[in-house]
Design a protein around this ligand. Structure first.
Ligand SMILES: N[C@@H](Cc1ccccc1)C(=O)O
Length: 500
């Protein structure tokens, strides 16, 4: 039998009693592993060898993982500090005191993000408890960091927690093994010879004229070609564009505005009291930049009045503190309702006359804990309709019409509370794979306390829907990180076409 030289070398190096790895064969033959793998696949097609594959994983500590292995996990250090200053499960100690007693530095947020999850205690309203029964010496994640450093296997669940915290990285590689078949053994016994047929012309062959006498190997027109993955629009972007088309088709115009905005537009205009828990850095990202100067003074006065005294005849404000300084602070917007406020106030495109419809499909930022259904930044489908005499039926009808365009016809509504809408409704849809009911949006009719300062005299119904959740319902994936970030499902992103 005549074979190409690499094929002969691979066949001779392969064994009938032991599957040998491509790397081992590459060492023996002196050929690069890719050529060995290519030859092995050709030989397998002729039935001379079997090729099997195995995915091998290696787990390694990241620099951050390494640093916690030395200094201790931040939540463990927080727990020890809390116990040192006398916290128990019944005795909460102010956060400042606990942090002061610790050596946490900028690891405080990381400590807090993991503290309760691991049962060390509770962090609430700036105070920390510490469960005396918790045993920091038995911390499974700390033990796993040591195990990884020693090259030992660790528990799957702990591993995914550590991966999520970016304390370990898992590398996967496919290892191929080649084993001689009976036909391969027979072929070797009968004798295989390397053809001197040339597979590829080289520049040297051309300049020396050697090509004239060479015998060329047949060109295999049936051989598999490499798959080239061209750049393409991300499925989320495709879906965003589709959402825009649908809303434009329903008569809406698009809004645009700053990602980093004054709290005034993000919160104060929305009648969110300045001491509302959602306005702390636990929930939103504050920016260390100068306060925003450029805010409409008269609107600010009216908003302040609504907060302090309320609006209308029997209105009653919050009687809680309200300060301009906080209103001028700049945050990454936690919702795009800040854009709705800018437009409704007339600041963005001048005064509006009903009926008007506006939308945006834009990014928002929240200090959430990353998990299968939460991201720290995601796209919100914001929208509002300004018209006389709107009712809950109009709101529901609009959603039914919108979601039907995506094949979703079983939307459910649940009464909800927002400081800025009354009534308010959360929207839910059924996950096509798990059957679970997933929250997909939040909506309502803006209150007088919001509309009057803005100078809007008719009704406004409004909503914020999550684009990623819409995609979960239409495509059935269960983890939002399949489309975002470092854990994305590349096959899905490469091959999925968005057709609604
Ligand atoms: N801002 C709300 C959504 C919403 C917008 C407008 C009115 C009511 C609700 C959210 O982010 O959840």
């Amino acid at each position: 039998m005549e074979l190409k030289a690499t094929h002969v070398a691979v066949l001779e190096a392969a064994d009938a009693t032991e599957a040998r790895s491509v790397d081992a064969l590459a060492d023996d033959t002196g050929e690069p592993p890719e050529s060995v793998a290519g030859a092995a696949f050709d030989l397998a097609e002729r039935g001379l060898v079997d090729v099997t594959e195995r995915v091998e994983e290696t787990v390694e500590l990241t620099a951050e993982g390494e640093s916690y292995r030395d200094a201790g996990l931040p939540e463990v250090r927080l727990y020890r500090a809390a116990r040192d200053v006398g916290a128990t499960d019944a005795e909460a100690v102010p956060m400042g005191e606990v942090i002061g007693a610790s050596d946490l530095g900028d690891a405080v947020d990381i400590a807090l993000a993991n503290y309760a999850r691991k049962g060390y205690g509770v962090v609430d309203s700036g105070e920390v408890t510490a469960d005396p029964d918790a045993d920091p010496d038995a911390d499974a994640e700390a033990a796993a960091l040591d195990a990884v450093a020693a090259g030992d296997a660790i528990d799957e669940d702990v591993r995914s927690d550590l991966e999520r915290r970016n304390l370990v990285v898992v590398d996967e590689r496919t290892v191929r093994f080649v084993e001689l078949t009976e036909d391969g053994v027979t072929a070797l016994m009968e004798g295989v010879e390397a053809t001197d047929a040339v597979g590829q012309v080289t520049p040297e062959m051309l300049s020396s004229g050697e090509w004239r006498d060479a015998e060329f190997a047949d060109y295999d027109v049936e051989a598999d070609a490499d798959v080239e993955h061209a750049g393409k629009e991300h499925v989320l972007r495709q879906t965003a564009e589709r959402v825009k088309d649908v809303l434009v088709g329903m008569g809406f115009q698009e809004m645009d505005g700053p990602h980093a905005d004054a709290e005034f537009w993000i919160n104060d205009c929305l009648f969110m009291p300045q001491d509302h828990p959602a306005r702390t850095h636990w929930d939103q990202f504050a920016l260390d930049v100068p306060p925003m100067q450029d805010l409409p003074e008269d609107l600010m006065d009216r908003v302040e009045h609504a907060h302090r005294e309320g609006v209308g005849e029997d209105g009653d404000g919050y009687h809680s503190p309200w300060g301009e300084e906080m209103a001028r602070g700049v945050d990454l917007r936690g919702h795009t309702t800040s854009l709705s406020m800018r437009y409704l106030s007339g600041e963005q495109v001048g005064d509006l006359e009903p009926p008007e419809r506006y939308f945006s499909v834009e990014k928002v930022y929240r200090n959430d804990t990353l998990d299968a259904t939460h991201l720290l930044e995601f796209f919100q489908i914001e929208g509002w309709v300004m018209a006389e005499d709107l009712s809950v039926r109009d709101l529901m009808g609009t959603f039914e019409e919108f979601y039907a365009q995506f094949g979703i016809t079983d939307i459910e509504f649940k009464p909800h509370y927002n400081p800025y809408t009354e009534p308010s409704f959360e929207l839910f849809g059924e996950h096509p794979e798990t059957g679970e009911v997933v929250e997909i949006g939040n909506s309502g009719l803006f209150r007088e306390e919001v509309l009057e300062p803005l100078g809007v005299e008719c009704d406004v119904m409004a909503w914020g829907l999550a684009l990623e959740r819409l995609l979960m319902l239409t495509h059935g994936f269960e983890d939002i990180r399949d489309v975002h970030g470092t854990l994305v499902d590349l096959d899905f992103l490469r091959n999925e076409e968005v057709v609604y």
